[in-house]
Design a binder for this molecule. Structure first.
Ligand code: NG1
Ligand code: ZN
Length: 509
């Protein structure tokens, strides 16, 4: 039944992702490989079935490592090779070879937890996964509909019980209890926010979460049609709002009202508001800047109190897609270091771990704040508050729900409006385009994807165009999730930035 995948599918930045009709064999084999990974580490691993912000007909699967991080990069090619084997017997041979190579002893137990988003193909692919796990003689638990970050959280809790209760309930309790301790509890100061749930699993989980947060915040949920999988991400959701820079369907323009959109598996969030009729986007860069400025105050306080301990080191991690104004604001106004990594949260996460407080967000709203508990010493004047923030903010992966409460807590504590937040810095006009090329693999980059080493003439052309564009910046890279090449441009005016992006697109197409 699961003999031959219809085509080769790579394990990319977001695991396997493609049209759901082509994924049964792949997902079945993900069960075999996840069991092997669990045996190799002697720990529980997770598998999430989702295609995030992709259209409803797609789906995907990604493996979650025991501490809730993404599958270790060195395993990606092994997983891709085994899952794409041409026949079942070839797949079995590759597995046997791996078991030997990895010296996994006979009789080693395996445990895998899994869950899915609301796509129509989800139950079928979960069965395929279950069949693979059964064949691998692995024990497993099906958590049904969960957000991606919830499955990361559960996987972590099972392997590290100090992290929390390994249930969705435990997740709600952890976030709501931290939020309630961090914010003043008065109906007058209660935040009110409209949440576009992308008609996905975020709706299911925020509806379930309501009893925990009713007294703490007023969430007005829209696009909650999760029982209609065809409406997932359609004219709504974080990716739609970030790409089109206008309100999603069913969100009414209301002056200065804070709104936000989740994506299809609720690991990304962007905020926005309408001010004097203008749409104002508060994307991942704005979230990072808000959090950076907020935690920077804790650093200043400890400097003033002349603490004996070294002040906590804070750093922000971005990708080349971060708006130049945000990078400039964080470096020049907040005086904090900014690292730039390749696209894909695993790269950002890794670098953020080197800081006492590491803030990382992709411009599209995927990110989190990591707290290094060892470095936030008990002597720090604010260690209690910082520890509460570490409870509030998902420490394993970017999480729309936990980021939502982070932003509300910061805005309430600083007593600033969403529009004040928006005005912290002004985005440079920017444009993101994509184009199909014959072979996107020839596009090789360096310098955290900011320059091309190949094709050389394309980089020369970009350099020439950028030289003639005030405040111009432009880079090109092959997408890791779609068969396209992406072109990003920034400039002083929208016209010159659109022209820059277009000329580069035309040149490579
Ligand atoms: P690709 O397709 O490699 O650009 C996209 C996003 C990433 C990340 C991944 C995983 C952009 C420009 N790229 O990657 O940031 O979120 O999907 O979902 O937004
Ligand atoms: Zn997502």
């Amino acid at each position: 039944m699961f003999d031959r995948p219809p085509k080769y599918i790579a394990y990319g930045t977001a695991g396997f992702r493609d049209n759901a009709a082509d994924l049964d064999t792949i997902v079945y084999r993900v069960g075999l490989v996840a069991a092997m990974r669990s045996r190799y580490l002697g720990k529980t691993v997770g598998v999430m079935i989702t295609a995030s912000h992709n259209p409803p007909e797609d789906n995907g699967a990604k493996i979650i490592d025991p501490l809730g991080d993404m599958l270790q990069e060195s395993w990606e090619s092994r997983v891709a090779e085994i899952c794409n084997a041409q026949t079942d017997s070839e797949c079995v041979d590759l597995l046997k070879k791996s078991y030997l190579e990895l010296k996994i002893p006979d009789g080693q137990v395996s445990n895998v937890v899994y869950g899915r988003d609301t796509r129509a193909s989800g139950p079928r692919l979960a069965e395929a996964l279950q069949a693979g796990l059964l064949r691998a003689e692995s024990s497993s638990t099906d958590f049904g509909l969960v957000t991606t970050p919830q499955l990361h959280y559960i996987t972590r809790c099972i392997n590290d019980p100090t992290f929390g209760e390994p249930t969705v309930d435990g997740y709600f309790k952890k976030i709501s209890s931290a939020f309630s301790k961090l914010t003043p509890r008065s109906p007058l100061t209660r935040s009110s926010v409209t949440v576009d749930c992308a008609n996905g699993v975020g709706a299911v989980k925020l509806l379930e979460m309501m009893p925990y947060i009713n007294d703490l915040a007023e969430l007005n949920l829209v696009n909650v049609q999760y029982t209609d999988p065809d409406s997932l991400n359609v004219e709504c959701g974080a990716d739609y709002v970030k790409t089109n820079q206008h309100l999603p369907k069913n969100v009414q323009p209301e002056h200065d009202k804070l709104c936000c959109s989740l994506d299809g598996d609720a690991d990304r969030i962007v905020f926005y508001l309408v001010h004097d009729g203008n749409f104002c986007l508060l994307d991942g860069d704005k979230i990072a800047s808000l959090a950076a400025g907020f935690f920077r105050r804790f650093q200043e306080d400890s400097e003033h109190t002349g603490e004996l301990e070294k002040p906590i080191d804070i750093g922000v991690v971005q990708t080349a897609y971060a708006n130049g104004s945000s990078t400039n604001y964080i470096k020049s106004d907040l005086h904090l270091p900014v690292d730039c990594t390749k696209t894909g949260v695993k790269h950002l996460h890794h670098v953020a771990q080197k800081y006492g407080i590491g803030i990382y967000f992709e411009a599209n709203g995927h990110g989190t704040v990591l707290f290094n508990q060892d470095r936030i010493s008990d002597n720090h004047v604010h260690s209690d508050v910082l520890n509460l923030y570490a409870e509030l903010v998902n420490q394993t992966v970017g999480d729309a729900i936990s980021d939502l409460f982070l932003v509300l807590a910061i805005l309430e504590t600083l007593n600033i409006t969403a529009y004040d937040w928006f005005m912290q810095y002004v985005d440079l006009p920017n444009k993101l385009m994509k184009t199909r090329v014959k072979d996107r693999n020839v596009f090789k980059t360096t310098d955290a994807e900011r320059r091309l080493v190949n094709p050389e003439d394309v980089q020369q052309k970009i350099d020439e165009l950028v030289r003639n564009t005030p405040q111009g910046r432009c880079f090109v890279r092959a997408s890791g999730t779609e068969d396209v090449v992406r072109v990003y441009a920034e400039a002083q005016t929208q016209e010159s930035c659109d022209a820059l992006a277009k000329e580069v697109c035309n040149y490579i197409a």
